[in-house]
Design a protein around this ligand. Structure first.
Ligand SMILES: *[C@@H]1O[C@H](CO)[C@@H](O)[C@H](O)[C@H]1NC(C)=O
Ligand SMILES: *[C@@H]1O[C@H](CO)[C@@H](O)[C@H](O)[C@H]1NC(C)=O
Length: 394
């Protein structure tokens, strides 16, 4: 008994739902004598019957919604539906008030006509027709950039009678990143994304809006860009045992390590050794963020300043970091410290220092006499600097 009752309830529900769906369905079409799809009298289907809309309060925003709903592009104009031939049937709505952003006319505020308007006031619209898709392109052939650079996009649209605003969108972001108005008759604009950082990495598209026509054009093709951050590497060295910071012993093995973060696939490190007898370069594929240059045996020729740089190829471009701070490595010799050669060097060095100091004092006295105090200061410093450089190269 109860089972039969349940079945009856279910059947009832089913019938009721179907009935409501059919009765509440609302469609829109544009009626005209030529059977054109994108202009004409606005005709609304509801309660299983076609009717019209009264043109009181009917404006471009309302028309824009109709055009969008019918996939007919933007609204160019409102028209009088009454001039497009007689219509027999109801006038369904009046005082339609769309914001312009609705997807269907049915979603707009309105009042039932209730016999207020006749068919003499039927509303009509003229839409642009299906909108052409804009084209997004880049002015470069590559799609990888390093942080801080700028990307120049170009967005192109067909010609319109009205000014066009072009917008550059990044996928996943609701608001346009760049907006640019085209001059009259201009059909393409440059959209520049400057000061790139890694948050700009992603997929881009553009669209346009024609002034005084609510709504967007369809989105263009998409272009992906990659943004790399290339930082100056860090440098350090290991030797065991460490004699003294900045030193290795003659014959000792040591490693110079370069480090950079973030790092990218295919990156390499270059190590440059600057020494009095010339520059030596080594290079090595990066192992993640690290590159370790191993030296089996320290020699006098290992002495000098070591610098790292990081290099990576990405998207058809080569990115090179700045060079690291120089790392000074000296090699402690195994020969006796006070050999005759060293003593004679020391003596001549000492003589040189004393002589230089003497010259310096004389020069300083001269400077003090000859120059005004401000210039004197600079002059003395230059003298000292020169002396310092001379001494260190000796
Ligand atoms: C852009 O990247 C997305 C994934 O992030 C990918 O699905 C899409 O195919 C790429 N588009 C182009 C044009 O390379
Ligand atoms: C240098 O690096 C190699 C491997 O890269 C390692 O086996 C060796 O112990 C390191 N030497 C020093 C002195 O750290």
């Amino acid at each position: 008994m109860s089972r039969v009752f349940l079945v009856i309830i279910m059947l009832g529900c089913n019938v009721a739902v179907q009935g409501v769906q059919g009765f509440d369905e609302v469609h829109v079409r544009l009626g005209n004598a030529e059977g054109a799809r994108c202009w004409g009298r606005v005709e609304v289907y509801q309660r299983l019957q076609w009717g019209t809309v009264c043109s009181r309060d009917w404006d471009l925003r309302d028309a824009a919604v109709v055009c969008r709903e019918l996939d007919c592009g933007f609204a160019f104009a409102t028209r009088s539906g009454a001039q497009l031939g007689r219509f027999s049937g109801e006038v369904w709505w009046r005082n339609v008030k769309c914001s312009g952003d609705e997807f269907t006319l049915d979603l707009c505020e309105r009042s039932p006509n209730d016999g207020v308007c006749s068919h003499n006031e039927d509303a009509g619209v003229e839409c642009t027709g299906k909108l052409p898709v804009p084209t997004l392109s880049m002015q470069t052939t590559f799609s990888s950039y390093s942080a801080g650079e700028a990307v120049l996009f170009t967005c192109a649209a067909p010609y319109w009678r009205h000014p066009i605003d072009f917008h550059l969108y990044k996928s996943g972001v609701d608001t346009p990143l760049v907006t640019q108005r085209a001059e009259p008759r201009q059909t393409r604009v440059e959209l520049t994304l400057s000061e790139l950082d890694t948050s700009h990495q992603g997929s881009y598209s553009c669209l346009y809006r024609v002034q005084s026509n609510p709504g967007n054009s369809p989105s263009s093709n998409t272009i992906n860009i990659t943004v790399l951050e290339i930082h100056t590497p860090q440098i350090w060295y290991n030797a065991s045992p460490v004699v003294q910071p900045g030193w290795v012993s003659l014959g000792q093995s040591f490693n110079v390590t370069c480090f950079t973060q973030p790092h990218y696939p295919g990156g390499t490190f270059q190590l440059r050794l600057i020494r009095p007898s010339g520059t030596v370069r080594h290079s090595l594929p990066a192992h993640g963020a690290l590159g370790t240059f191993s030296f089996a045996s320290a020699q006098a020729s290992s002495e000098g300043y070591y610098c790292c740089l990081y290099r990576v190829q990405f998207g058809g471009r080569t990115f090179v970091s700045r060079e690291s701070q120089p790392l000074a490595i000296s090699v402690r010799g195994a020969e006796p410290l006070l050999s005759p050669v060293v003593i004679s060097l020391l003596v001549s060095g000492l003589t040189f220092v004393i002589a230089t100091c003497g010259i310096l004092l004389v020069a300083r006295a001269y400077c003090r006499r000859a120059k005004k105090p401000r210039e004197l200061e600079r002059e003395t410093r230059t003298c000292v600097d020169n002396t310092y450089i001379a001494l260190t190269t000796k």
